[in-house]
Design a protein around this ligand. Structure first.
Ligand SMILES: [Mg+2]
Length: 121
């Protein structure tokens, strides 16, 4: 399963990718904002998305809206990993179409759980 990791912080992308490796997911692609994420989805066979919220150029919420608006990508499981922990943020992300929501900092177990929930519904 190829996972697209979208975050403007290269350190955070590294942390997420290290976590994915730890829990058995070693196939991934990277993008540093939503616009790059859209480009990756057009050029790469992606099975799942893990995205940040706060990013330049295109935010995570706008990215998810673009993913859901495209017939090629609208079915993909999307997990948002963010520092935005307010209830209204979570509601906005769910409205945009995220399958699951993880507040930073996170543990490998949390990521594993959310991935499995996003895959299996
Ligand atoms: Mg960010």
């Amino acid at each position: 399963m190829r996972i697209l990791v979208v975050d403007d912080s290269s350190t955070m992308r590294r942390i997420i990718i290290n976590t994915l490796n730890k829990i058995g997911y070693s196939d991934y692609a990277e993008a540093s904002n939503g616009r790059e994420g859209v480009e990756k989805l057009a050029s790469d066979a992606i099975d799942m998305i893990i995205t940040d919220w706060n990013m330049p150029e295109m935010s995570g919420v706008d990215f998810i809206r673009a993913v859901r608006a495209n017939d090629q990508t609208k079915h993909l499981p999307v997990i948002m990993v963010t520092t935005n922990a307010a209830q209204e943020d979570i509601v906005q992300a769910l409205d945009a179409g995220v399958n699951n929501y993880v507040v930073k900092p996170f543990t490998p177990d949390t990521i594993r759980e959310r991935i499995q929930a996003a895959i299996h519904g």
